[in-house]
Design a protein around this ligand. Structure first.
Ligand SMILES: [Mg+2]
Length: 193
């Protein structure tokens, strides 16, 4: 199978960005109560102003560099890679490709294919690469990918994505669970999850 995998909050620990906001920028966000995915919503800045600030002050690269990997992701991805093609599909922009690739290598994760969309719209990439399965943590992405391509989507549980899911989008809580589902799909040739 060709599997699409989001980076932030999926390969990285979803708490990473919130920790950075608190430790480096002085916010006091309670991750467990976080209902919003977009970090600027925790500030008094607009999305555009927030990311301009993050880029200009070097915080964008720092937040990616300091992120920690999700638990179990390392072993599971190397295992999956034996039988499947893995494609990281991130909303990060090409401007941060170097720091992103460095982080992936530093944490000893497989790196064969990295697509940087620079926007939340990943549907075009899913179609272009003819992906069979996608893994995400952003609720809106999971829904739109499934609705517009019909492929199954695994949504990594996080406080900010706890909303009702349609059939075909499955909430999971660990990379080991993802591995079991991938095995099930591959061995039964069924995309019903
Ligand atoms: Mg994400």
């Amino acid at each position: 199978m060709h599997i699409g995998i989001d980076l932030d909050g999926t390969v990285t620990d979803p708490q990473s960005c919130f920790h950075y906001m608190n430790d480096a920028l002085g916010y006091a966000i309670d991750y467990h109560q976080a209902t919003e995915y977009e970090l600027h919503t925790y500030t008094d800045m607009t999305q555009e102003a927030f990311w301009r600030f993050m880029i200009e002050q070097g915080h964008e690269e720092a937040i990616y560099r300091r992120s920690l990997p999700h638990s179990e992701v390392n072993a599971v991805l190397w295992n999956m890679r034996k039988a499947h093609r893995l494609h990281y599909v991130t909303a990060r922009s090409e401007a941060v490709r170097a720091v992103t690739e460095e982080w992936i290598r530093q944490h000893d994760l497989p790196l064969d294919s990295l697509i940087m969309t620079g926007s939340h719209d990943k549907v075009g990439v899913v179609k272009q690469l003819e992906l069979d399965l996608f893994m995400e943590d952003r609720y809106e992405n999971a829904i739109s990918i499934h609705e517009q391509t019909s492929i199954p989507v695994l949504l990594f549980d996080a406080p900010y994505n706890r909303k009702p899911l349609p059939t075909g989008v499955k909430r999971i809580t660990s990379w080991n669970e993802a591995q079991h589902i991938v095995r099930h799909i591959a061995t039964t040739n069924s995309i019903t999850i």
